[in-house]
Design a protein around this ligand. Structure first.
Ligand code: PMP
Length: 396
């Protein structure tokens, strides 16, 4: 007899709960700014990806409201029928300007952008060299493509080179892609793009960079590819519009022929309704802000450096982050969750991240300071970290 749905769900939910791996989601009761309200409690928020504070920016709220009055709340159709509004075209021109490429295409989310773009370009006769720590949406996009997935050790260029050589010399594959996060979100380290591009050139690989956490953050706001001056070298620059840009959506920027292909072959563009007009207009204005000024970017980095220094001085293990993403590595899963729970009770929202999101035994509380935090907020958070760290024996 086959298992019923109830039996499957109950058994598996129970197992997750017993292992301390069941993630309870707390709704945020109001804006997702530097201070949030959860379960009626005001907390310093160190868990959002709202890096530049744009998700709650007054000017962007005004633009979205005015656009809704003009266009309505929905795009009305998929992009390929008549859901492409003039605003989407303006957005894609702005994205190409932002990324320094010939053209760009936008999607409803960063997640479906990876699913869309990878599977539109790669197929079962191809192979994809994928960093071991790449984001779930990259992994799912690779799986959807049916290409052979060859994982290489995290940021290990010798391993990548050896696997690129083997894959290309095997004669088994039509095309071979190398795909990497630009900034790795669990540790805050930056991909070794100059070496990756060099290997891609040597072996004729298609290069794909997911810069979800780099856009608005690295390269003076223009992203990790720009940070290394490789705009003309990376074939596919992917990013999200939901993190530093503060709204929702994803994009791929690259050459015109790539974008022409994605317009006719990527399935979320063809079969899923477009991003609403209010959001699209807000994204265009947010990108313009990032292009025009580095003020928010500078504030973000200043706050990131401040928090890192404070945590390090207290004796926490903050790993090897090269960006404002600041992990506080605790180790054991249950202790990590207890740490995060105590932070919450003391007024700091910093979510625990444990296996399977990160390897077993490297549980962490991840801190994402933003441009919208004040130094007073960060000082308060550091005082709570000190109290909880000493209480749980994580620091002396
Ligand atoms: N890529 C990476 C590296 C990400 O971290 C995320 C978001 N967690 C995504 C893609 C998906 O982006 P979105 O949230 O816009 O769907």
């Amino acid at each position: 007899m086959s298992k019923t749905l109830d039996a499957f769900l109950n058994d598996n939910l129970q197992e997750l709960k017993e292992q301390g791996l069941y993630n309870e989601v707390d709704p945020v009761e109001g804006p997702n700014g530097p201070i949030i309200k959860v379960r009626g409690k005001e907390l310093i928020n160190l868990s959002s990806n709202n890096y530049l504070g744009l998700a709650t920016n007054d000017e962007l709220k005004k633009v979205a409201k005015e656009t809704i009055d003009k266009y309505g709340v929905g795009a009305g159709a998929v992009r390929s029928i008549n859901g492409t509004l003039d605003l989407h075209v303006q957005l894609e021109d702005k994205l190409a300007e932002f990324k320094g490429t010939e053209a760009a295409i936008s999607y409803q989310s960063g997640f479906n952008c990876n699913m869309a773009a990878i599977s539109a370009v790669m197929d079962k006769n191809d192979a994809i060299l994928s960093d071991q720590l790449n984001h779930a949406s990259i992994i799912d996009g690779c799986r959807l493509s049916k290409a052979k997935i060859i994982a290489y050790k995290h940021s290990d260029m010798e391993d990548l080179r050896a696997k690129a050589k083997e894959a290309t010399e095997s004669g088994l594959y039509n095309k071979v892609m190398v795909i990497t996060d630009g900034v790795f979100s669990m540790d805050g380290d930056i991909a070794k793009l100059p070496e990756i591009v060099e290997i891609a050139k040597e072996f004729d690989l298609i290069s794909y960079v997911d810069d979800a956490h780099g856009s608005g953050v690295t390269g003076k706001g223009k992203g990790t590819v720009k940070h290394f001056g490789l705009e003309k070298e990376v074939d596919m620059q992917m990013g999200t519009l939901s993190k530093a840009v503060g709204v929702v959506g994803g994009y791929v920027a690259g050459k015109q022929n790539l974008i022409d292909w994605l317009r006719v072959r990527s399935r979320p563009f063809l079969f899923s309704t477009a991003v609403p007009p209010g959001d699209t207009a807000a994204i265009i204005s947010a990108l313009q802000m990032i292009i025009d000024s580095t003020e928010l970017h500078d504030k973000l980095w200043d706050n990131g450096d401040y928090l890192k220094k404070g945590l390090k001085e207290l004796g926490f293990n903050i790993g090897e982050s090269e960006t404002p993403i600041t992990p506080c590595i605790i180790g054991e899963e249950k202790l990590t969750q207890q740490f995060s729970k105590r932070l919450f009770e003391e007024g700091v929202y910093a979510k625990s991240i444990v296996f399977p999101t990160v390897p077993k035994g490297t549980g962490r509380v991840r801190n994402m300071p933003t441009a919208a935090h004040t130094k007073d907020m960060l000082d308060e958070a550091l005082a709570v970290y000190e109290k909880v760290g000493k209480e749980l024996g994580v620091i002396q």
